[in-house]
Design a protein around this ligand. Sequence first.
Ligand SMILES: Cc1ncc(COP(=O)(O)O)c(C=O)c1O
Length: 380
Amino acid sequence: MSSSVPKRIGRYDLVTPMLPCKDEILQRFERFLMSGQYILGEEVRLLEEKLAEECGVPAAVGVASGSSALFLALSVAGVRPGDEVITTPYTFDATMEAIILLDAVPVFVDIKPQDLNLDSGLLADAITPKTRAFLPVPIFGAPCDMDPIMAVAAEHGIQVIADMAQAWGTFYDGRPIGSYARMSTLSFYPTKNLPGIGDGGMIFCRSAEDAELIRRIRGHLPVRMNGHLYTGWNSRLDEVQAMVIRIRRERFAAEQADRDKVAEIYDGYIPATNRLQTPNGGRGMKVTYHQYWVRCRNRDDLRMLLDREGIDTGVYYDPPLHHHELAVYCRTSGSMAEAERAGREVLTLPIHAALPFADAHRIGALVGQFLEQEAASTSA
Ligand SMILES: Cc1ncc(COP(=O)(O)O)c(C=O)c1O
């Protein structure tokens, strides 16, 4: 007997995009198993080379996770106890945790309503003599304002480290987002657009020297930097993860085209003021759509409506990190009004390579109708 109840639409589908890769993964796993080269073998090396090339940087180093990548990049950038790192409060906890683990102070500046990324116009006012680094986060895969960020950093002699955990495939002004900062960190967590089947991360380095320091630290070798002796540690990217990621990378462009199509469908139903607007009117920008978000005043009502229709949605960073329990270790610079508003109003819709376009049309139509009614009731 066939059921007429439509299948629930999940926010992610981690398995379906894996299916075309399954046979190759199993074959390569068997080869790997018999090779005996279980740690830092060919898979990690080839992945590092390929992704560095695609990111437009001379070197990339595979590490244990996106969180480890942040910690190591900030260490190599010379962030020391008491230093300040200016970042966004509208991000995942790991961005803040890595700074706190170094006994440094996360300093939050507010975000822009158009793209939910840190507002580069607020950076200069947040700088103090203790500021060591800027840490922009292209959230949900939308490019940050890299030119203004790099310009303020250069003017004040401050490093930039980018947390591009959610932004593989994102471009700013025609260049991969990971090619701007001194180091940029990536996560291969299974929900990310270029995923592993476990934890993993990578650091993209604009200098071979930084890459060499990270290679030493991730493999238990001590290093001396800026007059300080740092201990090594185990933070290696696993061979099995690297193997799976290399196979998934071959399908990344096709999967991205499917995500782009879903985003285009949603854009057709959702007014521009309720969704992402990229910097420079979108010229030279490429959004990787780790998440697709919509903003509305009655966000929770919209969420309930979609839930009743069998559609899962996401709420992120509500409240933002300056309200986190660890905020006692942080500082804010100015108002956080836009980050708080984003926490209250932003809802993410399902977007992934296996989402049928018909489902995207149904979701887009429901959201568009809700927003229309909301706008009408406001103006009445
Ligand atoms: C913005 C951001 N930074 C850092 C991380 C940490 O990555 P991982 O889970 O690989 O440690 C994540 C993961 O979700 C993230 O979204």
